[in-house]
Design a binder for this molecule. Structure first.
Ligand code: COA
Length: 324
């Protein structure tokens, strides 16, 4: 089954609420209108009625089923409760004055709505850089219990082939413990996309074929990941070909149950992960869906600034599926 057909069937009719801080962006209005019409989510656009209605009229989009929240003109008691929630959550790191200032920013406002369970998830980044979308989530929503690190994955798909790559978006460097954690969280995320996780820890070495600190790190990460999730098929360290190609795996790692059959690929650094997914996309002809933020306690996803309405629609579907 096509990935989006499968995700849509999971979320349809469930009225999962998603906040879009960039509510008056034409692409967001178009995607929100479609999501509501298709009964895939309950979209909430931040902005003024006037502004958003004008955009909707200009693109002939219906706002039926789309809620508008004028976040800059909220009653004082609503703002006060949000300020209190932030101050309490930040445990001394953010005072009341700062929290009030944050709430004037649509991304912080939307993130706080998610944190306070007023909505189920958030999609932003159509015109904000990654940091502006992700930082409020790191500061307020934070990680799931038992997870210390947020990372960014891509679902790579072509025809009926579907894989998950991580971390391709967030952490510049990973130590062994962090790489292990990304592996375990990624395996969990893979299941959201109907990918049966077989996790390969990637390196330029396969089973000690090369030496050096970078190899030792991936070996250590593999050991830690196996300890963290003893029931998951996780193995390494593998070069990409040993992880992916059964004939190469038979040569280089004949005893592994993951080599040659991996579906989840964990990269040792952001350089490797980000370059790797783009090679898969541009040389390999795979569609790259993401970055999907993983490890957060509630779903927030970042759009690419080059997104079109179709991209926004798809990221929203993914976000709603994560909220299930
Ligand atoms: C995501 C990113 C913007 C966060 O950077 P930042 O705002 O400078 O982060 P800071 O170090 O100031 O941390 C802010 C908070 O987030 C937390 N945090 C930062 N990175 C985190 C992570 N990966 N997981 C969990 N928490 C994290 C910090 O602990 C801090 O929490 P605190 O305020 O409670 O102490 C940064 O990691 C980044 O730019 N990554 C690369 C993004 C990129 O360019 N990707 C390229 C391809 S898309």
């Amino acid at each position: 089954m096509d990935l989006f057909d499968s995700l849509k069937s999971k979320i349809k009719g469930k009225k999962i609420s998603l906040v879009f801080p960039e509510g008056s962006d034409r692409r967001i209005v178009e995607a929100a209108s479609r999501l509501a019409a298709d009964d895939l989510a309950h979209p909430i656009l931040l902005g003024t009625n006037d502004e958003i209605s004008k955009v909707a009229t200009s693109i002939d989009a219906s706002l039926d089923g789309v809620e508008i929240v004028d976040f800059e003109n909220q009653p004082q008691d609503v703002i006060n409760s949000m300020v209190n929630a932030i101050v309490e959550r930040r445990k001394g790191k953010t005072d009341e004055e700062k929290a009030r200032q944050w709430l004037k920013d649509a991304n912080y406002f939307g993130t706080t709505m998610v944190y306070m369970d007023k909505v189920d998830g958030m999609v932003s980044g159509a015109f904000h850089p990654t940091g502006d979308t992700v930082r409020p989530a790191l500061q307020i929503i934070k990680t799931k219990p038992g997870v210390n690190l947020i990372s960014g994955s891509f679902v790579m798909q072509k025809g009926d082939q579907r894989y998950l790559f991580a971390d391709c978006a967030i952490n510049l460097e990973l130590d062994a413990q962090q790489m292990a954690e990304v592996a375990v969280v990624s395996a969990e995320m893979a299941k959201t996309f109907d990918i049966d996780p077989k996790v390969a820890m990637l390196s330029f070495s396969t089973k000690s074929s090369a030496k050096g600190d970078m190899v030792t790190k991936v070996q250590e990460a593999t050991k830690l990941a196996k300890e963290m999730a003893p029931d998951l098929p996780i193995d390494g360290e593998f070069q990409f070909d040993a992880a992916f190609v059964p004939e190469v795996a038979a040569q280089k790692a004949p005893d592994s149950d993951v080599a040659g059959h991996a579906t989840v690929f964990i990269f040792p650094s952001l350089e490797a992960g980000n370059i790797g997914y783009k090679i898969g996309q541009r040389f390999g002809g795979f569609e790259a869906l993401g970055p999907i933020l993983q490890g957060l306690n509630k779903p927030v996803n970042d759009l690419s600034r080059g997104s079109n309405p179709e991209d926004v629609y798809k990221v929203a579907i993914i976000t709603a599926a994560q909220a299930l």
